[in-house]
Write a protein that binds this ligand. Structure first.
Ligand code: GLN
Length: 189
C-alpha cells in the first residue's frame, strides 16, 4: 500500500514571513509546524527559515537557545533559507559581518541591491521555465563553495542555490503563488 502520510515541515516562526511559507508548503503538499522551541524542532523533518530581519532573528535564536540545535539539525535534515534565512545559513556574512549558522558554503552581502527602494520583482530562469522573483532588501551571494550548485541567477549573481540537502534563495518564492521552489525543497526529504 502506498504511504500517503504527508511530511511535517517546520517553519521558523520567531520573526518575519513564516505564514506565507506555510501556505506555499501546504500547496506543495506538506504539513507544517511553526517552530519556536527545540521541542518543535525535534518534531519536524525539514525546516524553512523565512525572510525578515536576520540580525533580529539571530538575537531571538540566541535568546531561545536555538543556535546549536539548528546547527545540528542541519547536519542531518534539509533546511531552506529565504532572504534573511539565506543570510543565516551562510558561512560568511558581510555588510556588516555577523554570526551565522554555517550551513551553506557561501559569502553573502546583506542589502546587496541597496536600500528599501531597491526592492523589485524580476523574472528569472528556473529549471523548467521562467519564474517571477520578488526581491525585498535582498542580499547578494558573492561567493559559493565547491559543493554549491547554482540553480538560478539574476544580473549575473546566484539567487537560488543548493548544497546537498539544503537550499537558499535571496528572493521570496513564498510570495508569488508559484510553489515550484517549495516542491523542489520537499523533493529533498
Ligand atoms: N535585509 C534583511 C537582512 O539583512 C533581509 C531582508 C528580507 O529577508 N527580506 O536581514
Amino acid at each position: 500500500m502506498q504511504n500517503t502520510r504527508k511530511k511535517l515541515v517546520g517553519v521558523l516562526a520567531l520573526q518575519g514571513g513564516f505564514e506565507a511559507h506555510q501556505r506555499a508548503l501546504d500547496s506543495a503538499g506538506a504539513d507544517t509546524l511553526q517552530v519556536r522551541t527545540v521541542e518543535d524542532l525535534n518534531r519536524v523533518e525539514a525546516l524553512v527559515i523565512p525572510g525578515g530581519e536576520s540580525t533580529t532573528m539571530l538575537k531571538l535564536l540566541g535568546y531561545m537557545n536555538l543556535l546549536e540545535p539548528l546547527r545540528s539539525f542541519a547536519g542531518t535534515k534539509p533546511v531552506f533559507g529565504t532572504c534573511a534565512g539565506a543570510i543565516l545559513l551562510a558561512t560568511e556574512v558581510t555588510c556588516p559581518s555577523q554570526n551565522s549558522l554555517d550551513v551553506i558554503d557561501m559569502t553573502i552581502e546583506r542589502n546587496g541591491y541597496g536600500r528599501q527602494i531597491d526592492s523589485r520583482v524580476a523574472q528569472i530562469d528556473f529549471p523548467g521555465g521562467p519564474m517571477e522573483a520578488v526581491f525585498i532588501r535582498a542580499p547578494i551571494i558573492r561567493r559559493t563553495g565547491p559543493d554549491v550548485t547554482v540553480l538560478a541567477e539574476y544580473q549575473g549573481t546566484p539567487v537560488l542555490i543548493e548544497q546537498g540537502r539544503h537550499l537558499a534563495a535571496t528572493f521570496h518564492p513564498e510570495l508569488t503563488g508559484d510553489s515550484r521552489v517549495h516542491a523542489l525543497f520537499l523533493s529533498k526529504l
